[in-house]
Design a protein around this ligand. Structure first.
Ligand SMILES: *[C@@H]1O[C@H](CO)[C@@H](O)[C@H](O)[C@H]1NC(C)=O
Length: 129
């Protein structure tokens, strides 16, 4: 195989890995319903500044819930969402590049309100749910 073909395959692979999250849904590792960014039926997706979707709403919801951000949950990944995400990444020990992807997903906390009670929220890393 020629080097240019291999390079093309690598670029295609990286592009595929970085596909944008485009919807929001509930992820159920166990009995819990964590509101999360999805692409199709997968949580393996990416969000960055300029994206506008329900997936961004899920991320904004989680940043407000678990990191005390005060974002409008409008689905618009703008500068404020990026700043809030960077702060969460920093707090979680992830690379604070302002991009939500697999590394960030595995390090930041996701949460929920038990019984819809605002005083009874729990935030944990995805692997701890
Ligand atoms: C999401 O943001 C990235 C980075 O700005 C951009 O390349 C991509 O086209 C955006 N996707 C959508 C669906 O807006």
């Amino acid at each position: 195989m020629r080097l240019s073909s291999i390079t093309a395959l690598l670029v295609a692979g990286l592009t595929a890995m970085a596909a944008d999250c485009n919807r929001a849904d509930y992820f159920k590792p166990g009995a819990y319903n964590l509101y999360m960014p999805f692409r199709g039926n997968s949580i393996n997706c990416q969000l960055a500044q300029g994206n506008n979707s329900d997936a961004v709403k899920a991320l904004q919801t989680q940043l407000n819930l678990c990191y005390g951000s005060k974002l409008d949950v409008d689905g618009d990944f703008g500068g404020k969402t990026k700043t809030a995400l960077k702060a969460a990444q920093k707090a979680a020990g992830a690379d604070d590049d302002g991009i939500y992807g697999p590394e960030t997903r595995s390090r930041i906390k996701f949460g929920l309100y038990f019984n819809g009670n605002p005083n009874d929220k729990v935030c944990k890393k995805l692997s701890d749910w």
